[in-house]
Design a protein around this ligand. Structure first.
Ligand SMILES: [Zn+2]
Length: 461
């Protein structure tokens, strides 16, 4: 496709977002009854559509009648996972002529545009669980995926206007993110970022020390970053090197531990610290405007927190994973798809007044657990010892046969005696016998292709 054609397509796509964003924002004030009514209608439409257009899904859903089914019937639908999605891609996809083989071939040749088979958008996700995933979004679904999350930032941007910043023209946005890639956040951002307020991108691959002068010069109102950079940004601020006062800092793409969120709040007390959770399978949440957790986009997805046996987990309890159903994407329907993120829903209504289901925290992934024989340790227990060392800027905890190996980058002296003693204590508290802890300072930690830093590295048995 010629460059100008792609640009024309992007401009048209962005125009759809602009026309529709008021509707997506308007839904945020819906009552429970309005959310439920919309969900039922969207669920029926999805059933009706896949029963006629997706051979794989239609076999699994033949027993449900779209005229009377309700979202409560979702428990009667078999679950699916990434392996099944990839193995049955050609029978799941509903775009005429589309195939996994062609998508893989196309992806290799794509550099900065990801339209395929007309106006569908192709994205790839990393290989968590050992296998990369390929996801296809239709024209309208791409808009919904972006708008579903982006609407959560608008209240904070509106505050900028109250502070005399011209919105949108005068808003300065900086993002420390992945470089050009096929990852959803990059691809959708490329299409849907407001062309009147271009985002200045900084590569997560560069060191923070390199980025500081440019961030100081730019003075962003809005900063997007990975949670794994909080310690480094906070240390630079406390040392007087980084002098920025963003109105909003958004931490996305990785698990945000409570201690890191707290550190961010202390470092930038005047700033809205926002976070949310998203996935290539369907986006999924929008940040709570009060900065405390996030809400499920229930107008777009159904998220069922489940235990290891697939039974529902109540709000206030930690799940072993979730089933996600994407109600809005018809190109490659995702229905009751397992993701191993540990969800904890809130059992109380949110202070922000939203009727949408509130997620208190996502505690990393089940697959990241450290297993020592019959003993399972959540590596966050070891991480507590690391987080209380203010000089540690970046770190990775690697499981070893009898304990753990910590590698870190630091900006000062680390009390390694206390650090290893506390990590050892954490393992002992789980019942690990004579745990061995080793610690190593290194100059640079390696990030994934998406720019993320893996904090926990379990042993593969
Ligand atoms: Zn809220």
């Amino acid at each position: 496709m010629a460059e100008t054609d792609v640009e024309r397509q992007r401009t048209a796509h962005y125009a759809v977002l602009e026309r529709q964003i008021p509707e997506f924002v308007g839904r945020l004030t819906w009552s429970r009854a309005q959310i439920e009514a919309h969900k039922t209608q969207a669920f029926r439409e999805l059933l009706r559509f896949v029963q006629t257009r997706s051979p794989w899904h239609s076999r699994r859903l033949a027993h449900l009648d779209p005229a009377v089914a309700t979202p409560a019937d979702i428990v009667h639908i078999p679950t699916m996972n990434k392996r099944e999605l990839m193995a049955n891609w050609d029978e799941i996809v509903t775009v005429p002529g589309a195939s996994r083989h062609e998508a893989e071939q196309a992806l290799r040749a794509m550099t900065d545009q990801f339209y395929i088979w007309g106006d569908n958008v192709l994205i790839a996700s990393g290989g968590t669980g050992g296998q990369p995933g390929l996801f296809l979004y239709d024209w309208q679904a791409s808009v919904a995926m972006w708008a579903g999350t982006a609407r959560g930032f608008l209240p904070s941007l509106a505050k900028l206007a109250a502070h005399g910043v011209e919105v949108p023209g005068g808003v300065r946005i900086a993002s420390i993110a992945a470089e050009r890639s096929a990852h959803g956040s990059y691809v959708m951002g490329r299409i849907f970022s407001n062309p009147r307020i271009p985002t200045r991108s900084f590569s997560a691959w560069r060191s923070i020390d390199d980025l500081i002068p440019e961030l100081n010069a730019m003075q962003p109102h809005f900063l997007g970053s990975y949670p794994s950079l909080i310690s480094a940004l906070s240390a630079a601020t406390k040392a007087g090197k980084l002098n920025i006062a963003p109105r909003v800092i958004y931490f996305g793409a990785e698990h945000l531990p409570d201690a890191s969120r707290q550190l961010a709040r202390e470092t930038w007390p005047e700033t809205d610290i926002l976070t949310c959770w998203g996935t290539s399978e369907g986006g999924g949440t929008f940040p709570c405007p009060c900065g405390d957790g996030f809400h499920v986009c229930e107008d777009l997805v159904i998220i069922e927190p489940v235990d290891a046996a697939g039974n529902p987990v109540a709000p206030g309890q930690r799940s072993a994973g979730i089933y996600i159903t994407n109600l809005f994407n018809k190109a490659l329907p995702i229905i009751r798809y397992f993701i191993d993120d540990i969800f904890e829903m809130d059992d109380k209504p949110c202070v922000c007044g939203s009727s949408y289901q509130k997620v208190r925290q996502v505690h990393g992934r089940s697959l990241d657990m450290f297993r020592y024989g019959a003993i399972t340790v959540h590596p966050a227990a070891l991480e507590l010892a690391v987080l209380e060392q203010p000089c540690i800027l970046e770190y990775q905890i690697r499981q070893t046969r009898r304990g753990a190996h910590l590698v870190y980058r630091s900006g000062g002296n680390v009390d390694s005696g206390r650090l290893s003693a506390k990590m050892r204590q954490a393992l002992l508290s789980y019942g690990v016998q004579e745990p061995e802890i080793t610690i190593e300072k290194i100059p640079q930690l390696e990030r994934t292709a998406a720019g993320k830093l893996k904090h926990y590295l379990p042993m593969t048995h």
